[in-house]
Each structure stands twice: as C-alpha cells, then as structure tokens.
Design a protein around this ligand. Structure first.
Ligand code: SAM
Length: 302
C-alpha cells in the first residue's frame, strides 16, 4: 500500500527537525576530504511546491518551515538562531528563493551538501514520487536513484568503499510493519558497517490508552537505542500535547489517522558535537514550532 504522499506534509515541524539534523550530520562528514556516501532509504520527490498541489491543501509548512524562515533573527538580530538551525534555514531560503516555490526534501539537501568526490543513493517506491525524483536528480552523476525497497536495498551498499556514510531512514510508517522492519534492517546494516552514521526518524502519534506512553514511536525509540551500544543519541520534539485516543481504533482504510504531536530521531555514531548543538537548538525550535505550552523535548546520549 503506497498511499502516503510526502507532499501533503512537506515543510512541517517533523521535516524541520529531521532536515536540520541531516544537514548538520552531512556538514560534519564534509569536513574531511575523504569521500562519503549518503543513503536516503525513503527519498520522496526531492523538491516540493508549498504554494500549489498537495502541500497547499493542509498548509502544514506554515507551522513548520514557514515559522523558521520567517525569523527576523535569521539575519543578525539581537538573538540569532543557534548555528544548527541558522545553517538549515539559510539552505532552505537559498533553495526556496523568494516565493517558496521549491522546498527542499532530503535528496535536495543531500545534493546541496555533496561534494564532487561524494556519492548518494536514493530509494523511492511510489511511481509518481520516483518520476519526480528522476526529473530532479538523474542529471547529477553523483546520484543513483532506485525504485526499490530502501530498507531491503540498504545492506548491499554497506560498507561503502570509503568507509564513511550517512544513512537517512525516513519511512512513512503508514504500514505498522515499518515499526518492526526498521530495527530488523538496521541490525543487519550495523553488522555490516557498525561505524556508519545512521539517522532514523519516527513519529509520535496520538496515544492509545492501555499502551505504553508515546505509542509505537516511543517503543521504536527504545528498541533502536537497545540495538546498538556504541555512540548514539535520541532527540524528540513535541509540538502539541499528546492527544488521548480510545483504546481500540478501527484499523480500516480511510479511518482517521492518529494525530502526530511530535517526532523523534535516533542517531547512531552522531558527530561528537551534535549533543551540544541540539541542547542549544531544541529549546529555540520548541518555542518557534510548539503550540502554547506544548513544546517539550527529550534528549539523551550514551
Ligand atoms: N525523506 C523525504 C524527505 O525528507 O524529504 C521524505 C520521505 S517520506 C516521509 C517517505 C517516502 O517513502 C514516501 O515518498 C514513500 O512513497 C516512500 N516509501 C514508502 N515505502 C518505501 C520503501 N519500502 N522503500 C522506499 N521508499 C518507500
């Protein structure tokens, strides 16, 4: 089932969190001359219009990237954005131009941060998004675009010849099986390439009473933290209060989806400076993106 279209959600608060961290990690890898490989297991279309089509329907971006790039402090005000956020917001502004026509998804950010010696592999299963991905990136010889299952295809790329890589795992989780498939494939990836940098995103959806607090997303976070005992970091940004949902939601197509009240990332082998950068950035991000009194963050690193 491939009903998820990222264009509906492009630029929302979850995108801001995941893309700001992705940008930081790629910048870090770019500090050394040695080439790196960027893998985007769930790439989407690469660029999105925010003013037309799907993104214009729900306008989720207005409460996400719209708020971040609107910050006057982006320039040089009395309270400039922390560097992690300022860098990401500046890249988005650069790509967007003035009218917000081309908002960059993860492949576009990767393209912007790849150097001549680096390579990228992007997986995308949806036919329409894959066509858009091809239109946007096939002319770039550094990119390989694959219309294949990104989790299943990952292991064949590891370890990369340069032994340096950033793997970005951003499934839609529209199918419950994603919650089990992600750790399963990550375990295999870690066996092959334990020193790689892996960034895995998960949603925080309305809690069902009777289940563990935070639902499947929080359970996935704990599973992922338990999967790897090396350097790892989890970060969560809540932009609204968790809504309580009835114990049994109808699992039928078309049923109202539980509302996303936040999202998180588990990062294996993050840059050693990431924790400090997040500690500085997340309270600011929560105040920009969170509803009144709802911006809460959880952060831990071992
Ligand atoms: N990473 C993108 C970004 O940040 O701009 C957004 C990706 S979106 C959350 C998830 C994408 O994964 C969708 O475009 C969906 O069609 C695609 N997808 C779903 N299952 C997939 C699979 N097994 N392998 C590759 N892509 C898949």
């Amino acid at each position: 089932m491939l009903s998820y279209r990222h264009a509906f959600h492009a630029g929302n608060a979850a995108d801001v969190l995941k893309h700001a961290v992705l940008t930081y990690c790629l910048d870090y890898l770019g500090q050394k001359e040695t080439p790196f490989l960027a893998v985007d297991t769930h790439a989407g279309a690469g660029f999105y219009s925010l003013t037309e089509g799907y993104a214009a329907q729900n306008r989720e971006w207005e409460r996400g990237i719209g708020r971040l790039v609107d910050m006057p402090a982006l320039q040089s005000g009395p309270a400039p954005l922390p560097p992690l956020l300022a860098r990401y917001a500046a890249l988005v502004k650069e790509t967007l131009g003035v009218e917000l026509p081309r908002y960059p998804g993860s492949p576009a950010l990767i393209q912007r941060l790849l150097r001549g010696q680096d390579r990228a592999v992007c997986f995308e299963l949806h036919p329409a998004d894959f066509t858009a991905l091809e239109e946007n990136f096939s002319a770039d010889h550094r990119f390989r675009l694959l219309r294949e299952d990104g989790l299943g295809g990952l292991k064949a790329l590891l370890p990369p010849p340069s032994r340096r890589a950033c793997v970005f795992i951003d499934p839609p989780y529209e199918m419950k099986s994603d919650y089990a498939a992600v750790p399963e494939h990550l375990a295999e990836a870690l066996r092959r390439f334990p020193t790689g940098m892996y960034i895995t995103w998960y949603p925080l959806l309305g809690r069902r009473s009777g289940t563990e607090s935070g639902g499947e997303g929080a359970a996935l976070r704990e599973t992922l933290l338990g999967l790897y005992d090396g350097n790892r970091c989890a970060v969560e940004l809540r932009t609204a209060k968790p809504p309580a949902l009835p114990a049994a939601l109808p699992e039928v197509p078309g049923a109202a989806a539980p509302r996303m009240y936040g999202s998180g990332l588990v990062i294996y082998n993050p840059p050693w400076t990431l924790r400090e950068a997040l500690e500085e950035s997340l309270p600011v991000l929560a105040s920009i993106l969170g509803d009144e009194q709802a911006g809460i963050l959880i952060l831990h690193q071992e």
